[in-house]
Structures are given as C-alpha cells and as structure tokens.
Design a protein around this ligand. Structure first.
Ligand code: HEM
Ligand code: HEM
Length: 184
C-alpha cells in the first residue's frame, strides 16, 4: 500500500539522489576532520588540512545551493500515508533544518575565515575575491557559531540516519530505497 503510493507520485530525480549521497559523503567527512584539525599542533600538516577543509566546505556550499534550487523547483515525493502524523512532521522539520544548515554552516565558515584570514583559496589555486571587514575577534565569534551550527547539524543527522535505517530495516516501506540511485 505504502509502496504503491510512493511509486504513484514518482520519486527523487537522479540529480537529487546523486547530490544527496555526494554531499552526505563530503559532510560526514568534513565533520570529524573539522574537529580533528582544530586539535592538531600548529604546522604544515594542520595548515594543509585547514586548506582542504575550507575548499571542500566551499564545494559543499555550491552543491547545497544547487540542491535547494532543485528541491524548490522539483519538490519531493510525499511520505507514505501509513506514517503517523508526528513522524511526518518530524521528517519535514528535520529535512527543512538540514537544508538550512547545509547552506548556513559553510557560509559561517567562509565569513569567519574571510574576516581573519583572507584571501580564501580554493585548493590553493583560485582566490575567492571576497574579503570581509571584522577582524580576528568577530571572526572568532563567527567560527564558534560555525562549530555550534555543525553540532546542531550532527545531532539532527543522528536522528536522520536512525530514521532512514528504521525505514530500511523495520518498516521496509520503500522510503529508504527511493533515495538510492536506481530506486523508485
Ligand atoms: C548515511 C547517511 C545518510 C542516510 C542513510 C540518508 C538517508 C536518506 C533517505 C533515505 C532520505 C529519503 C527520505 C524521504 O524520501 O523522505 C533522505 C533525505 C534527505 N537527506 Fe539524507 N541520509 C544521509 C545523510 C544525509 C546528510 C549528511 C544530509 C545533509 C546534511 C542529508 C540530508 C537529507 C535531506 C535534506 C533529505 C530530504 C530530501 C527531500 O525530501 O527533499 N542526509 N536521506
Ligand atoms: C558543510 C561544510 C562544513 C562542515 C561540515 C564543517 C565542519 C567543521 C567542524 C566540525 C569544525 C570544528 C569546529 C570546532 O572545533 O569548534 C570546523 C572548523 C572550521 N571550519 Fe568548517 N565546516 C564546513 C565548511 C567550512 C568552510 C566553507 C570554511 C571556510 C571557507 C570552514 C572553515 C573552518 C575553519 C577556519 C575552522 C576552524 C575554526 C577554529 O579554528 O576555531 N569550514 N568546521
């Protein structure tokens, strides 16, 4: 019953699915790397990891903008009618929060960095031509907000992944499969 409804309204586009998994891989790597790098001793290795963190973080920002545009233009398949209202509400609220955070987190990282440490470079090659006033003190506050926003995102992601696994293993209602490439 639930699967028929899911199929009847179509599913995520290939672009939405590939963006979801590409961004999941990037974000789930950036989070631990971010916490590890801030604890490293000053030096070349730390600097190289910071540069990679910023570059991949800016890529996440570009992908996030594409993803929000795609989602706004194309929409998403509704959840199965068999799901209780509260689960539907939690799913919608958490997806909305994740869409907001995949834009906000890299923006805070970029704004903080360009205040204290411009120019920001993409993989050491392309200079991002934006330098913001504010100085080190404001930058520290904004980078702290970057860290807090990541913690909020990580907490929502724990629930998100648990929910996805519940659909895949317990409910088996097609909600997990419809986000897989090739899945309906
Ligand atoms: C192993 C990690 C992950 C798994 C297993 C997973 C699984 C899923 C699944 C199955 C859906 C489809 C839900 C539905 O159709 O209603 C989904 C949707 C979504 N996921 Fe993930 N996800 C993961 C990581 C992430 C990450 C890291 C992010 C971003 C921070 C993310 C953001 C989203 C968003 C925003 C949606 C809603 C899509 C929409 O309806 O427009 N996911 N995820
Ligand atoms: C979705 C993308 C991103 C994620 C998931 C992420 C994640 C993180 C995490 C977990 C930390 C450690 C926070 C802490 O220790 O308090 C961190 C720190 C940092 N991030 Fe990001 N980040 C992202 C994007 C960016 C971007 C785009 C930039 C800059 C262009 C950036 C610049 C920084 C900097 C400079 C720090 C160190 C802050 C400090 O030394 O206190 N991040 N990031």
């Amino acid at each position: 019953m639930a699967q028929q409804e899911t199929r009847a309204v179509g599913g995520y586009s290939g672009g939405q699915k590939w963006l979801h998994w590409l961004m999941a891989a990037l974000i789930l790597t950036l989070i631990p790397v971010g916490f590890i790098m801030t604890g490293m001793a000053e030096g070349g290795a730390r600097n190289r990891i910071y540069e990679l963190h910023k570059s991949f973080g800016m890529i996440v920002f570009v992908l996030a903008v594409m993803r929000v545009a795609l989602r706004t233009a194309r929409g998403a398949p509704p959840l199965p009618a068999s799901l209780p209202d509260w689960q539907r509400a939690v799913a919608h609220a958490s997806h909305l929060a994740l869409y907001g955070l995949i834009v906000l987190v890299p923006v805070l990282g970029f704004v903080g960095t360009s205040m204290c440490c411009s120019p920001v470079k993409l993989f050491g090659l392309v200079t991002v031509p934006i330098a913001l006033p504010g100085g080190m003190e404001t930058a520290k506050t904004i980078l702290a907000a970057h860290g807090w926003a990541v913690l909020l995102m990580a907490a929502i992601l724990l629930a998100h992944v648990a929910g996805a696994l519940m659909h895949a293993v317990v409910l088996r209602d097609g909600v997990f499969q419809r986000m897989l490439p090739g899945g309906k």
